[in-house]
Each structure stands twice: as C-alpha cells, then as structure tokens.
Design a binder for this molecule. Structure first.
Ligand code: 13P
Ligand code: SF4
Length: 323
C-alpha cells in the first residue's frame, strides 16, 4: 500500500509564489485529491490558467489547449478530470469516448465558445461557397462538428496553411484570425467573437508598461487585439509564452494574458521578475481545489457528447492533431 501523499512535500517548489499559511489551507484538499486519484484511477489535466495550487498541487498533466488535447489521446486511466473550461473537457471526451471525463463545474464556459453556433457556420458556408472552415478549439462540440478542421493558438498558422487553399474561414476569434493573417498569404475571413479576457488589453497598456519598466519583455497571447500583438516582443499560445520565458530568461517580463499564468510560470523561474497587469478569466476561476475534490468524490459532472455530432467533431479535432 502506498504511503499517504503529503502536501508539505510540494511546498518548497511554490514557496516564492504561495505564502505558507495559504498552502497550509490547501493541504487537506490536496491530500484528499491525491488519495481519490489513486482510488478512482483518475488523472487531472489542468490548463495553464488554473490557479497555482491546482496547477502545481494536484495536476498530472498541464499545458495549453493543444497539449491537453494531445495528452488526452495518451491517457491510461479510467477517469479524466479536466481542470479547465467546458470545451476542453469536451475535447478530452471526444478523444476518449470510452473513458469517464469529469469537469468540476459545468458552468465553466468561454466567451469565444458562446459567440458562434452551428447555424452561424452554415450561414458562413452559404456566403462563402467552397471555402473550408477552420474553427478554434474554443468552441462547442456541435460547432466543431460543423467545421472542416480545428486549430489552437499554438498551431493556427500551420493548420490554415495545411489546407493548401487561398482562402479560409477562420472562426470564431476575430483577433486570432487577424493576428494569423499577418503571418500568412492565405486570405482569412473572420467571425466577430472575442475572448472577454484578452480583448481588454490595449496598445496603450503596452506603451505604459514600457515607460514604467524600461527594458521589460512583453509577451501577448494571440487572442489579444492585433495592435497589442504588434507592439509586443512575442506572441504565442500559453505554452509558447511559457517556453519563451524558459528559453530567453528575460530579467523582467509581462505576460498579457490570464492572471494565473504568471504565477504558474514564475514557480519555475524564481530569477525572473514578473510584472502582473493581468485579467481574470471568470470561467477558468470556477474550478477550485474544493470542486475538484467533490468531482472525484461524487464522480461528477460527467461530460457527454451528443452521438449525432460526436464522430464529426472528433474528425475535426483528429485532423488538427495529424497536422
Ligand atoms: P491556449 O491554447 O493558448 O492555452 O489558450 C487557451 C485559452 O483559452 C486562452 O484564452
Ligand atoms: Fe475563453 Fe478567454 Fe477564458 Fe480562454 S481566457 S477560456 S478564451 S474566456
């Protein structure tokens, strides 16, 4: 029999990001979640925007949307708990139809996923006959099923160019489409969806930070408006941002993205100074240690996919993974 897991054994790693008293308040849930994972043969997949006590305390696999989708195909457990938003849990379920996929809060949505329906895709296809549809993974399974292929912020350019056509419908994130359009000769037709977190950053914010912190490195997520990305030093998916910090080791850095990202990356880089003008994603923040524990205790909330759309949605995700 395995010895019980001790939350204290993790504290050294996170000590420069999480105060000791706060970590102590998490210990009971962290230890219970480790025990439940063993009992249920479960793994926790956590997105880079999860809070550090989840990301560093209980997650088995962490990453951006692309990594979570890829890793979901390799999971060797009976149960997947998705610590992230609903579209991520749906993607994990599409790739693991025989496994139980749980999300601790069904209401963890996404403003991009809410911005478009399968009917909208049908209207766009009517307006642009023969033009293939690339949908961002931040969409419902029903929208994925109505599209030709998915993409994430980590592979959008590659996916668009893999189609070998001059024109593509790239939905629903207007800013991601406009940011990718600057890097490719493929003509991209966008939708009007926005991420409610990243649309708040402005080019003025970037200039103010450069004035306040001379020499600072500014990294933006491609869901930010194009004028923000244009003034940043680098733009990439959440994994791309994290890799950029690891590879370039800036003295001082700003990540223009969701708040927990800097905390999570800072754990691995105590020598880098993180300036933190972040915006919270209210959907990501619905996931807590307490509801992860409840999810494993009660085996809830189980994510299911309508069988009428599951095969088509899976095809769009698998086609992306094969690019
Ligand atoms: P990434 O795929 O870059 O992790 O982005 C997911 C997301 O929801 C960003 O807001
Ligand atoms: Fe959706 Fe934006 Fe939240 Fe990501 S940060 S889950 S894109 S609302």
């Amino acid at each position: 029999m395995n010895a019980p897991f001790s939350a204290a054994s993790l504290y050294d790693r996170v000590s420069h990001v999480i105060p000791k008293a706060e970590w102590l308040s998490f210990s009971d849930d962290i230890e219970a979640i480790h025990r439940l994972k063993r009992e249920r043969n479960a793994v926790i997949l956590a997105h880079n925007y999860q809070t550090p006590e989840i990301f560093h305390g209980v997650a088995d696999i962490v990453g951006d949307s692309l990594a979570l989708a890829r890793e979901a195909t390799r999971v060797d457990a009976d149960v997947i708990v998705l610590a992230g938003v609903h579209f991520m849990a749906e993607t994990a379920k599409l790739l693991n139809p025989e496994k139980t996929v749980l999300i601790p809060d069904m209401a963890a949505g996404c403003s991009l996923a809410d911005s478009i329906t399968p009917e909208d895709i049908a209207l766009m296809r009517q307006a642009h006959p023969g033009v293939p549809v690339v949908t961002y993974v931040n969409t419902s399974a029903a929208v994925k099923a109505a599209s030709d292929i998915c993409c994430t912020s980590g592979n959008a350019k590659r996916v668009v160019e893999s189609l070998g056509v001059p024109k593509v419908l790239m939905l629903p994130d207007e800013y991601l489409a406009r940011n990718v359009a600057r890097e490719t000769d493929v003509e991209l037709i966008a939708w009007h969806g926005h991420c409610e977190v990243h649309e708040l950053f402005t080019a003025e914010d970037v200039r103010e930070m450069r004035d306040a912190f001379p020499g600072v490195t500014i990294i933006a997520h491609p869901e930010c408006p194009p004028e923000v990305v244009a003034e940043a030093d680098f733009a990439g998916s959440t994994a791309g941002m994290s890799d950029y910090v690891r590879d370039t080791k800036p003295g001082r850095v700003v990540l223009l993205t969701e708040c927990s990202m800097s905390d999570n990356v800072a754990v691995n880089h105590p020598d880098v100074n993180f300036v933190r003008p972040c915006n919270l994603c209210p959907h990501m923040k619905r996931i807590t240690l307490a509801n992860i524990r409840e999810a494993l205790e009660g085996m809830r909330h189980e994510v299911t996919i309508d069988p009428a759309i599951a095969d088509d949605a899976r095809r769009a995700v698998e086609r992306m993974l094969s690019v």
